[in-house]
Design a protein around this ligand. Structure first.
Ligand code: NAG
Ligand code: NAG
Ligand code: NAG
Ligand code: NAG
Ligand code: NAG
Length: 511
């Protein structure tokens, strides 16, 4: 919840606004008072031309020059009456005209209207321990590229008298995890680490973030917005959660799902991965518009079994970021589930993790447990060449992973990798890997673990096969393909697993 200064100082503002609205309608005489007010505000605006050692604070000027005016200034004129909305609108139309100075020079003025991008959009805030927090949100990208906005973190205990020295402020350290990919908005993770535990006595409290523009946007003003990032009720903190063994071995953090996704492809993907990752696994699916009713239908049985959580993040679409704000979503997921899982996986729903037959996911992960992070190599599969080894009429009934068996064999291209982390050692994350970690990262996982990528199959609601072939090797458009039946061979067991776990409810699923 973003609170502006007035909301904090003046919790009754809403009621008062309603009251003055009524007065405005019923009492034309009041307009005199209001005009006086307007004059006062204009005066304050004029003060901007005087040297800055005048006793006006920047905050006051800013508030008078924009919405809404400060209650303290208005008190002088209105006595008991708070600021009416109507005045503010009129005031914004008072333009600063150009001025001819004594030496004949024309001093031009610039009138400001509105704000194009928010200073901060809070998505979430989580504890990372008794003394540390992560605050995840979006912020105006040019502000970060061309200026130096700063963040101050403040902890306010609910019971202030209990431990006065806990009312402390530390600089927040900001992480920009999206590699400059942002658009109007960029993703910001603010790490607030206090020098000692806060709220650890279970007394509850608030984490406030003071987000300052530092003169970006308008160098006259270092505007600060105070954000209530987190509020802890007394008794709600369980400090043991940060050291307790995690509930899950593997948790999947999906990035934003959007578009007209194929329910059948999702059905295959979720059954395959629940089977692979096993009982102590969980899948977090982020719906940015892609989880339409038919996709929800294939997820529902797994939701009911406790394997899947669907989060509706469609609201993020209001804020123009990179690919439906996927960097925002994965960072939220990282911090939200950081202490509930040993490993966290980041890959897409058109990608299938695979470990060679001699191993299991558990043995592979155990062999990598010294690493905070490892990346996973890709096996690129054709998204249209289908293998025809039996009756052509039957092929449409096969699963995508059974019939799409042609693997691109081009070597030496550095392809996209996906990755997994031990999240307790990670402070922010990306889509292809995380750069904010402690501990080791390895890319040497070839032959140990890989993923099959069926690019473009997920977002098309049609039969994926365009060309039926029965050769073991072939070239299409210069790209050599060879048959790789790995996934096809796994499919039978996955189908049986699905039937055993959730019955035949999904048997009629369509592309
Ligand atoms: C914040 O950063 C510190 C130091 O890098 C780290 O120890 C801490 O776990 C981080 N906190 C969160 C919530 O990520
Ligand atoms: C606040 O602290 C005082 C003194 O320690 C205590 O008596 C009181 O019960 C506390 N109030 C709450 C709401 O915890
Ligand atoms: C916390 O500290 C700030 C400044 O450091 C002060 O303005 C505020 O009144 C304090 N709040 C409480 C509850 O003690
Ligand atoms: C803006 O204000 C914040 C909070 O008061 C402060 O930490 C920061 O240094 C200021 N920045 C500039 C450029 O004055
Ligand atoms: C498949 O292969 C057989 C023998 O190699 C051949 O006779 C047949 O025409 C092929 N079918 C297609 C659809 O290519």
């Amino acid at each position: 919840m973003v609170k502006d200064k007035d909301a904090i100082e003046n919790p009754n503002l809403k009621d008062k606004k309603m009251f003055i609205g009524i007065v405005w309608n019923c009492a034309p005489e009041l307009k005199l008072v209001l005009s006086a007010l307007l004059f006062f505000c204009s005066l304050v605006t004029l003060f901007q031309f005087f040297p800055s050692h005048l006793s006006f604070s920047v905050q006051d000027l800013r508030n008078c020059a924009s919405l809404p005016p400060p209650s303290s200034a208005l008190k002088l004129v209105t006595a008991s009456s708070p600021p009416p909305v109507e005045i503010q609108i009129q005031h914004r139309h008072v333009k600063q005209e150009d001025v001819v100075l004594q030496n004949g020079v024309v001093k031009r003025n610039f009138n400001t209207y509105g704000t194009a991008a928010y200073n901060f959009i809070l998505m979430s805030a989580y504890r990372g321990g008794v003394d540390t927090f992560a605050v995840i949100g979006l912020s105006s990208k040019p502000l970060h590229v061309f200026s130096k906005p700063t963040y101050l973190c403040q902890w306010l205990p609910h019971n202030a008298t209990q431990n006065q020295n806990q009312n402390i402020t530390v600089p927040g350290s900001k992480i920009l995890p999206d590699w400059g990919y942002g658009r109007v908005y960029t993703v910001v993770v603010v790490n607030c680490t206090f020098p000692f535990p806060v709220g650890a006595d279970g007394g509850g409290g608030q984490l406030l973030i003071h987000a300052s523009t530092g003169g970006g946007g308008d160098s006259n003003f270092n505007l600060t917005d105070t954000i209530e990032a987190l509020s802890e009720t007394p008794g709600s903190l369980n400090p043991l959660q940060f050291s307790a063994p995690p509930k899950y071995d593997y948790l999947y953090c999906g990035s934003s799902l959007y578009g007209n996704l194929s329910p059948q492809r999702i059905r295959e993907w979720i059954a395959y991965h629940v089977k692979m990752f096993g009982e102590k696994s969980h899948f977090v699916i982020h719906d940015a518009g892609g989880v339409h009713p038919e996709v929800m239908e294939v997820l529902r049985p797994w939701v009911e079994k406790g394997y899947v959580t669907v989060q509706d993040v469609r609201e993020q679409e209001r804020f123009d970021g990179y690919y439906h704000n996927q960097f925002l979503i994965v960072n939220d997921c990282l911090h939200r589930y950081r202490f509930t899982t040993k490993w966290m996986f980041f890959f897409d729903v058109d990608e299938f993790i695979f470990v060679p037959k001699k191993s299991t996911i558990n043995t592979v992960m155990d062999s990598l447990s010294d690493y905070t992070q490892f990346t996973i190599e890709q096996r690129t599969m054709s998204n249209k060449l289908c293998y025809l080894d039996d009756h052509a009429g039957k092929i449409y009934r096969k699963w995508g992973i059974e019939k799409l068996v042609y693997r691109d064999t081009v070597k030496g291209i550095r392809r996209d990798r996906k990755y997994a982390v031990q999240p307790r050692n990670v402070f922010a994350t990306g889509v292809h890997m995380s750069e904010n970690t402690v501990g080791k990262t390895t890319h040497k996982t070839e032959g140990k673990i890989m993923y099959y990528h069926y690019h473009g199959t997920i977002s098309e609601r049609r039969e994926p096969c365009r060309q039926l072939v029965n050769k073991t090797e072939m070239k299409v458009g210069g790209t050599p393909y060879m048959v790789d039946k790995t996934m096809r061979e796994a499919a039978f067991a996955v189908k049986r697993f699905e039937l055993r776990m959730i019955g035949s409810v999904l048997i009629r699923t369509r592309q």
